[in-house]
Every structure is written in structure tokens, then in C-alpha cells.
Design a protein around this ligand. Structure first.
Ligand code: RAM
Length: 330
């Protein structure tokens, strides 16, 4: 009898030791919309961070279209699921705030990355790069492509996108400088980060502005669609497209001459860093106070500013000399 009891105890002990010590923390990685190569690459980095940090499960989710309403529905469902954290690239800085506040009241850690939520709706915003630098880069690439004079249009993502609106404002500030006075911004249109709508908006710009020299698209979806429209409409040489794009989606357009250069940061690193950052909110190491240092694992460390924001590295420029090499990665 005694022996039997002992062996039962031993079996129980082995079972306790071999079962996972803790349930994994569920982190929802909520993107603007699914089917966007930029976010797929970011998710690759997010999954890598989860593996490295251990005991974390990253749930990749987002609406079919880049709308705040779609994201609010998802956030409400995540609150009910009692996830540990939400990492979001927001389709609107304000509309998401009430649901995200509710999530935080229930103990869910919330940070935004890429496209931010206003300050009271998140604990931190991770910017991929400095916003003024991105604005400047967009204008400089345009000038390099077309020279110092000509009509320019912007083809953006959605009209409410936090990140694109900030970058457009920064680009406008640069365009207002004397060095760029010959570049005339004639229109800002929105392709909603949908390929077909962006394509149609680019065609509309060609029609409405026969003297158009350049389209600046600060969205990976928009820039690829505009370059394709430019090629299809036989505008190569007359109009140039530039903006923020993925080398894997842009290599062909650089080759065709539709695009001379474009820029982007590493989306894999951005996704990785976002998960790394939020893991420190989960563990309590970081609370979101200005001046706090947040480790981004292999990417480095950032410091939160007065707005609870931090920025990663400078955007990198791609052209015919290097685009093929990076097309394998993202
Ligand atoms: C699109 C999205 C994303 C943005 C990139 C550059 O994929 O709008 O938010 O950061 O472009």
C-alpha cells in the first residue's frame, strides 16, 4: 500500500515538473489591415521576439480593410478574451482610444507601434523612425528624381492614419522651405492601403494633372500600386513615383524605371521591437513614464520622451544599386 502511494506521488511529481510552468502570455498584434506585406513582415519579427522571450504567444490579427471600426471590434473581443497585452498600429489616433482605455482599466498592457494612438489610449508609442526625418526623406527623394521644379501629388493610405498624416505634415514643412519652392504640391489623395483603390487614385492624378511630375506615396501599398499604374499608363520617364515601400514589392518598379528610389525601415525589426517593448510592460519593468529606458532586444534600447514615444533608426534608401539584395528579406 505504502509503495503504491509512493509511486502515485512520483507520477504526480513528474507530471508537475514536465507540464509548462506558466500559461503563456497572449499578446495581440493588431495591424491596420490583413494582407499587407509590411505587416506580414512585422509579424515575422513579432513571432521571432515571442520565441526568444519564451512563454509568449503572439496573436496576429487585424480587420480586412484598414478601418478604425474594424479594429475597435477586434479590441473589444480581445478584452473579453483577457489577453495580457495589445500592440496596435492604429487606423485612427482618437477613435481607438476609448476601447483601448477600457482594456488598460482591465489590466491589459497597451502600446501602439507604427501608426500611433493618442497618449491616453496607450502606454507607449514606438515610431519606426524620426517623423521629421521621414518627411525630409520623402521630399529629398522627389527632388532627386525630378529636379527642383514640377507638380507633385501625394497618394496616402487612409485619411485618418496617424503615421501618414504626421509624415505628410512633415513633408509639407520641408516643401515650404526656400530650397524646395519649385516643387508644387497640387493634391493629396487616399488609396486606403488597398491596391485597387490606390491604383485608381494614381490614374485619377494622371488625368487631373497632365503636368504632374511625381507621386509621393508614404505607404507600401500605395507606392507599389502607383508605380504599377505609372507603368501601365506608359508614364515611365515623364512621372516618377517615390515613397515608402518594400524592396520585395518595388524591385521590379525600380528595374522598369518607374521608381528611382524609395525608403523604408526594417519592418521585421519593428515588429520584433514592439513585442520586446510590451513584454517589459507585462513584467512591470517599464510603466510608460518619460525617461524610462525600454529594451528592444537585439535592436537596442530606446528612451521614452515626454509623450511616451520613442523612435527607432533612420529610414534606409533603396535604388537600383541595392534593391535586389534586400528584396529577399522584406
Ligand atoms: C503601409 C502602412 C503602414 C506604413 C507603411 C509605410 O504598409 O500604412 O502603416 O508604415 O505603409
Amino acid at each position: 500500500m505504502k509503495k503504491q502511494f509512493k509511486s502515485v506521488l512520483a507520477v504526480a511529481l513528474v507530471a508537475a515538473l514536465t507540464s509548462p510552468a506558466m500559461a503563456a502570455d497572449k499578446i495581440a498584434f493588431v495591424v491596420k489591415s490583413l494582407g499587407n506585406g509590411f505587416f506580414d513582415a512585422a509579424n515575422q519579427g513579432a513571432q521571432e521576439a515571442a520565441k526568444e522571450l519564451k512563454n509568449i504567444e503572439v496573436i496576429y490579427t487585424g480587420p480586412a480593410k484598414a478601418t478604425a471600426e474594424g479594429q475597435i471590434e477586434i479590441v473589444n473581443a480581445l478584452i473579453a478574451q483577457k489577453v495580457s497585452a495589445i500592440v496596435i498600429s492604429a487606423n485612427d489616433p482618437d477613435a481607438l482610444a476609448p476601447s483601448l482605455k477600457r482594456a488598460m482599466e482591465r489590466g491589459i498592457k497597451v502600446i501602439s507601434f507604427d501608426s500611433g494612438v493618442r497618449k491616453d489610449g496607450r502606454m507607449m508609442q514606438l515610431n519606426p523612425s524620426s517623423n521629421p526625418l521621414i518627411g525630409e526623406k520623402l521630399v529629398k527623394m522627389t527632388q532627386q528624381a525630378i529636379g527642383s521644379t514640377g507638380e507633385v501629388a501625394i497618394l496616402s493610405a487612409t485619411a485618418q492614419a496617424t503615421n501618414q498624416n504626421i509624415w505628410i505634415d512633415e513633408a509639407k514643412k520641408v516643401l515650404a522651405q526656400p530650397a524646395y519652392k519649385g516643387l508644387k504640391l497640387v493634391s493629396v489623395v487616399y488609396g486606403d492601403d488597398q491596391t485597387d483603390k490606390s491604383y485608381r487614385e494614381a490614374q485619377g492624378l494622371f488625368k487631373s494633372y497632365p503636368n504632374l511630375k511625381a507621386i509621393i506615396a508614404p505607404t507600401t501599398v500605395g507606392v507599389a500600386a502607383a508605380a504599377k499604374a505609372e507603368q501601365d499608363e506608359k508614364k515611365v520617364g515623364a512621372i516618377f513615383v517615390t515613397g515608402l515601400g518594400l524592396p520585395s514589392e518595388m524591385a521590379g518598379h525600380v528595374k522598369s524605371g518607374a521608381v528611382k528610389s524609395f525608403a523604408i525601415w526594417n519592418p521585421i525589426d519593428l515588429g520584433y521591437s514592439s513585442i520586446y517593448a510590451v513584454s517589459q510592460f507585462i513584467s512591470g519593468k517599464v510603466t510608460g513614464k518619460p525617461g524610462e529606458k525600454v529594451s528592444l532586444g537585439r535592436v537596442g534600447t530606446v528612451t521614452l520622451d515626454a509623450n511616451g514615444e520613442a523612435a527607432m533608426s533612420e529610414p534606409f534608401t533603396y535604388d537600383a544599386t541595392n534593391v535586389e539584395k534586400f528584396a529577399k528579406f522584406f
